[in-house]
Design a binder for this molecule. Structure first.
Ligand SMILES: Nc1ncnc2c1ncn2[C@@H]1O[C@H](COP(=O)(O)OP(=O)(O)OP(=O)(O)O)[C@@H](O)[C@H]1O
Ligand SMILES: [Mg+2]
Length: 267
């Protein structure tokens, strides 16, 4: 066998993987499809866990379209660097946050090749002073590209959550995300159905904003769990815009209750 083929066949893509000191659990939130609510889930899950007394960090790994700074009221923040050249995460809502949004102005596009991305993700883990964390929740970009693979190669993943909306259009992309997590040995904790339905005052039946697809059947066939159903509600979007997580500003809403149950089952 030619030499290079031999070396490829024995190469372990996860050999660089090393735990991050101080971080107990690393959880990925991904989807496949864009705009289904990954960042919303990440922010509210992180806040719920923090409300329950856990030490929580949030890594916005959506390098090309970071939305966590806005969702947590931290736009235009610049992290400081300590005497050991470690980057100090920005703190909001008792959560330690790191995002490419802190490094690049909001209206500036990031035009990067793979190796730069690889380096940036490595820095997010090794050069950020996360301190002691019970959970680091990572908000992934849409799709099944470089970022998730790079993260899986760098750090051990304790669990992955897939977010989808009810219709088959989103499910078909969610299946790809599930397959990706499988390939990188990330245990899937379950699937979240976001924007499941909308309750309208004075109407008994919920409104199905998106037609129900084959999610239930698919999950059953794969032995996967639906770990939360989050209704659609305008205050979820409002909370994202205002920079205060919905579970904080509307704590008694059914949407917050869904996150309460999610956080509980995760713990
Ligand atoms: N349950 C919900 N009810 C109402 N609005 C919601 C709900 N979930 C998410 N949204 C809104 O939908 C939009 C998209 O959500 P979000 O940014 O979390 O999706 P995403 O999957 O992270 O998107 P991207 O793929 O671009 O990263 C946001 O404006 C958010 O506030
Ligand atoms: Mg997002």
């Amino acid at each position: 066998m030619p030499r290079f083929l031999l070396s490829v066949s024995v190469m372990n893509p996860f050999e660089q993987q090393a735990p991050v000191e101080g971080i107990k659990k690393i959880i990925l939130v991904g989807s496949g499809k864009g705009g289904v609510g990954k960042s919303t889930v990440t922010v509210n899950l992180a806040k719920k866990l923090q409300q329950k007394g856990h030490k929580v960090g949030l890594l916005d790994a959506d390098i090309y379209g970071p939305s966590i700074p806005r969702m947590l009221g931290a736009i235009n923040q610049k992290p400081e660097v300590d005497e050991n050249n470690k980057i100090l995460p920005i703190q909001r809502q008792g959560i330690k946050i790191m995002s490419m949004g802190f490094m690049v102005p909001e209206n500036q596009a990031l035009v990067w090749r793979g190796p730069m991305l690889f380096k940036a993700i490595d820095q997010f883990f090794r050069d950020v002073k996360w301190g002691e964390l019970d959970f680091l929740i990572i908000d992934l970009p849409p799709g099944t590209g470089d970022v998730a693979l790079t993260i899986a190669q760098k750090v051990p993943i304790d669990g992955a959550i897939v977010v989808t909306t009810p219709q088959n259009m989103s499910l078909s992309d969610a299946k790809k995300a599930l397959d990706m997590f499988d390939r990188v040995n990330a245990k899937v904790l379950g699937v979240i159905e976001n924007m499941s339905y909308l309750r309208v005052d004075g109407q008994d039946e919920p409104v199905q904003l998106f037609p129900k697809g084959e999610l239930e059947v698919f999950l059953k066939s794969k032995n996967l769990k639906k770990i939360a159903e989050i209704p659609f509600h305008p205050h979820v979007g409002l909370a994202s815009e205002s920079g205060i997580p919905m579970v904080e500003s509307y704590p008694d809403s059914p949407e917050s209750l869904a996150f309460e149950q999610l956080a509980q089952s995760l713990v």
